[in-house]
Design a protein. Structure first.
Length: 247
């Protein structure tokens, strides 16, 4: 369970809070959701990611997440993941991601808060048991919950639409902990699921946004610095901004 390592005491040195989305893993070959060719183009959210009816679509749900686990297993961290790991050793850094892959951890990041869960987890909704299944296959009606043996009550440990995101409070606490000398960096998210625009306006300190293109969901005025280019290409410029604010 991600907990903020000691609330950001007022006299603590400047901190970096990073909120990332699918765009951070795009250069590792993992599809985003709403860009051209994104996951939601070829799949019906209501069939594969809806908390109200997932038990009726078990084969489609597990098939969709099996494909995503296979894609994650084949992917490698990209320079943007590596940069986040580097920044975490250089400055006190809190990493919150909407991504369910493990590329930040494989780049060397620690204490990553997965706001939408993790692909490698499974959760049984018949007995509430949650475990790390890994990125291997899951066969419906064959594989079962290790605790109660249920086969049709097991769902990937990813937060579905209509499901409460347990880590949401962590995000709110992290935002509430930001002080004027702390930096908020948002990278690779359309802000469709989180109020990113509001976060950019509410953060008391410097704010940086790195996406591919401007969006009316997150107008430029919401951030002090906006970089519209692939995260891997923006690393040097983002790092220079962070050094200016955090060193
Ligand atoms: N570098 C930086 N940004 C990128 C890159 C890249 N290489 N490629 C794409 N982006 C940006 C796009 O400009 C877009 O703003 O990443 C964002 C991807 O947006 P989405 O596909 O909507 O992904 P995300 O914001 O993470 O979705 C949030 O929605 O469906 C749910 O649970 C799912 O966690 C996901 C949530
Ligand atoms: Zn169970």
């Amino acid at each position: 369970m991600f907990t903020m390592k000691g609330e950001w005491a007022n006299d603590a040195p400047p901190q970096l809070m990073i909120l990332s989305g699918a765009g951070l893993s795009a250069e590792s070959g993992i599809r985003t959701f709403r860009d051209a060719g994104g996951l939601w183009e070829g799949h019906d959210i209501d069939t594969v990611c809806n908390f109200d009816n997932w038990r009726d679509n078990l084969e489609l749900v597990h098939g969709f997440y099996q494909a995503r686990r296979e894609a994650a297993a084949k992917a490698d961290p990209n320079p943007a993941h590596d940069a986040v790991a580097r920044w975490q050793t250089r400055w006190p850094t809190h990493i919150l991601t909407q991504n369910v892959d493990d590329l930040l951890e494989r780049a060397g990041c620690t204490d990553v808060c997965h706001l939408h869960g993790r692909l490698q987890d499974m959760r049984c909704y018949d007995c509430d048991y949650e475990w790390e299944h890994g990125l291997g296959p899951w066969t419906v009606d064959q594989d079962a919950c290790p605790d109660c043996g249920s086969t049709r009550g097991v769902k990937p440990g990813v937060v579905f639409f209509g499901e409460m995101a347990p880590e949401y409070r962590t995000l709110q606490r992290a935002m509430d902990s930001l002080r004027p000398r702390d930096v908020l960096l948002v990278v690779g998210t359309s802000g469709q699921v989180l109020p990113v625009a509001r976060m950019g306006l509410e953060a008391p300190g410097p704010t940086i946004l790195n996406n591919l293109e401007p969006s009316d969901v997150i107008p430029d005025r919401c951030f002090d610095h906006t970089l519209y280019r692939p995260a891997g290409e923006a690393v040097a410029e983002v790092e220079a901004l962070l050094a200016r604010y955090l060193d």
